[in-house]
Each structure stands twice: as structure tokens, then as C-alpha cells.
Design a protein around this ligand. Structure first.
Ligand SMILES: [Zn+2]
Length: 360
């Protein structure tokens, strides 16, 4: 089954990088686009699922006044208020997915929150700036030096390093966000592979899909073959692998194994991703994603032969990047280095960060 869009409105919006309309995507399920400020992804889909007399949300999206308004007015059009939210299921802890959770809980403290234990841990150490990261990477390590980044570019990378305390001072919005995340409630439903969400109505099952983050979870609704894929499988882009603060080193092996889990799903499931558009043809998409990473591994092997400088930076500089390596700065540079490091580690190449957990 080839990859086919299930919504021309959504795929047209994705192509033009504009906000798509709210759409009903299945019986009692709606896709509500929530904008992401200054980001090429433009929006995250929050999925609203009717649940008894209320509603359950998957990934409410980025935090902010405009976002809160976009989400709550879309819910209002469907006849729901924030008080009707029974619970919030989270695919992973990135800000464009989980950001609005504290604001929603402030209005409705009775709503449950469900997420994988590994991403809960990641939030605690990342957003609270905890020093003990449990990653196996020395928090005092200068990752820019370890990766062979030229000294005049260290500042671009350092502020983004795991456990860095410099990120918070970079933008007020980020430090406010860190504070909000540090106040997440303790009564969270911790998900594992196969956990059923506490719905009043129907069944929704978590599928643990580590890779993009170590605790990334997708959700399966068997009765009408819906697969809420989060960022694990997207229709046209590949999720960044390697950036996760909790599992920088073994994320590619995890990701490839998680892609194999896609084989457990029926071929004709409707894929409801967090970005892009909904589609069918998940088995073909899986093959494309696996091929992409194998091509990348091949590129890295070739680059290793072509140069004596085997630092992550030097290898990354020799890879193909859609807008060229020279155009990568700050976050984009860090993401490219992390992705390169994850692929190199997968190949058993020393990436210069010392003792590591989670070898493949
Ligand atoms: Zn995302």
C-alpha cells in the first residue's frame, strides 16, 4: 500500500506551511492544529477524543496565549470546555507536544496526565535543570569540545547541551516554560508498552516507541484502526534522532527497533501524526524511514574513509544537509551534530563523550 493522504486540506496546508482547519478525522476524533511560533513545522496536531460526556486530548501543543486560545476555541466549537477534559495523553516531552499541559491543569486540576516514565524522567532532569542527568554522560563534559566543534562556535552548542544551565537565560519564554514544567503534578499515569489509558469510553493503548525521545509513545485505537503516531512516524519528514537528552547515544538503535514494531499494525491503519497530514501506507513509510537511516550510515562510513578527522563535527560537515552544513547554526547545528553522533555510535565509532550507557 503506497503512502496516501487522508486529507487534501491537511496536505495542502502542510505544503504551504499554513494552519489547516479543524477536522473530524474519525468517529468522535478531531484534529486541532495548535500553532508553534517561529518554527518551520508551523503547528502540532492536538487530537481530541470524545470520552463519555467529556474529552481526552493527545498532545495539547506548544505553550502560549495564542496557542491556549487556538486550542480552547476549537474545543468550544466542538462543545467542550477545559473543565470537560478528562485527561491528557502525551506522546513525548517536547515543548510542541506537552507545552500547554500546565496551563490546562491550572484550570482543570482533576484531569489526568499520561506519559511514559522515561519521558517523565527526562522532563524532570531537563526542564528542572537537574545536574544528575542519569545519562552516563558527564554533565561537566564540554560536548562542543568532545564533538570537535571549532572553538569560535562553542557558544552555539554549549547552551543546548544536556543539563546546561545556560539555556534558561537565553530566552525568558524558555525559563518560564522550565518553571511551569517543574510544577507538573505528581499524579501522572505512567505508561509502558501496552498500557491502556484510563478512558471512560472505548480503548486506547500505548505503544512504546523509543527513538525520537526515549519515552516516546504512540497510541493505538484498535476498534477503528487509528494510530496516533506522535513524531515516531511522520508523512514527509524524518524525526530528529539523537537529540534526546536522556538517550543521545543509543537512540538510532532504539528508533530502528521501534520502526519494526510498526509491523504489528494493520497495513491500512489511519496514521494520525503530530505534524504534517494524516495518511495511510504506514508499512511503506516505515521502509522509507529505515532506508533513510541506512543511507545516512553509508554516507558516514564513506566520510570516515575520506577524512582523518573522525570527530563528530568533521563527519557531520561532510554529510548532505538539505540547506547545506554552512547554513546550520545554534539549535540546528546542535541537532545535526546529535544526529550524526547517534549514527556514528550505532556504527560503533567513538564519539568522544567517554563512558556511555545503553550501547547497542
Ligand atoms: Zn513534534
Amino acid at each position: 500500500m503506497t503512502i496516501e493522504t487522508l486529507s487534501f486540506q491537511q496536505s495542502a496546508a502542510w505544503k504551504d506551511r499554513v494552519l489547516p482547519p479543524v477536522e473530524q478525522v474519525a468517529e468522535g476524533v478531531w484534529a486541532l492544529p495548535v500553532p508553534i511560533p517561529n518554527n518551520p513545522l508551523v503547528y502540532t496536531y492536538c487530537y481530541a477524543l470524545a470520552d463519555g460526556s467529556g474529552v481526552v486530548l493527545i498532545d495539547p501543543g506548544w505553550d502560549g496565549k495564542d496557542q491556549y486560545l487556538a486550542l480552547t476555541s476549537a474545543l468550544a466549537d466542538l462543545g467542550f470546555t477545559v473543565a470537560d477534559i478528562h485527561g491528557i495523553a502525551i506522546t513525548h516531552y517536547h515543548r510542541d507536544h506537552i507545552g500547554l499541559v500546565p496551563a490546562l491543569l491550572a484550570k482543570n486540576p482533576d484531569a489526568w496526565v499520561a506519559m511514559h516514565g522515561e519521558d517523565l524522567r527526562a522532563i524532570k532532569r531537563f526542564y528542572t535543570n537537574a545536574v544528575d542527568l542519569g545519562t552516563g554522560i558527564d554533565p561537566n563534559l564540554n560536548i562542543a569540545r568532545a564533538y570537535g566543534v571549532p572553538e569560535d562556535r562553542w557558544a552555539e552548542v554549549e547552551s543546548l547541551q544536556v543539563g546546561s544551565n545556560k539555556g534558561g537565560s537565553k530566552s525568558d519564554s524558555m525559563s518560564l516554560y522550565r518553571q511551569a514544567m517543574s510544577r507538573l503534578p505528581e499524579n501522572i499515569h505512567v505508561l509502558d508498552d501496552g498500557t491502556e489509558l484510563p478512558l471512560d469510553d472505548g480503548r486506547l493503548t500505548a505503544m512504546w516507541t523509543p527513538g525520537h525521545t526515549y519515552g516516546h509513545s504512540a497510541f493505538v485505537r484498535d476498534e477503528d484502526k487509528l494510530f496516533f503516531s506522535g513524531d515516531h512516524v511522520l508523512p514527509t519528514i524524518t524525526p530528529n534522532i539523537g537529540l534526546d537528552s536522556g538517550a543521545i547515544t543509543h537512540s538510532l538503535g532504539d528508533y530502528l527497533r521501534s520502526l519494526e514494531k510498526i509491523g504489528e499494525l494493520d497495513e491500512d491503519v489511519a496514521v494520525l501524526p503530530a505534524h504534517g497530514f494524516r495518511f495511510t501506507g504506514i508499512h511503506d513509510r516505515k521502509v522509507e524511514l529505515v532506508e533513510h537511516h541506512h543511507e545516512r550510515l553509508g554516507e558516514i562510513r564513506a566520510r570516515m574513509e575520506a577524512t582523518d578527522d573522525h570527530s563528530v563535527y568533521s563527519i557531520a560537515a561532510g554529510l548532505h544537509w538539505s540547506r547545506g552544513f554552512e547554513s546550520l547554526h545554534n539549535f540546528n547545528l546542535f541537532a545535526a551534530l546529535a544526529e550524526t553522533a547517534a549514527h556514528m555510535h550505532y556504527l560503533g565509532i567513538d564519539i568522544g563523550v567517554g563512558s556511555l550507557v545503553g550501547k547497542d
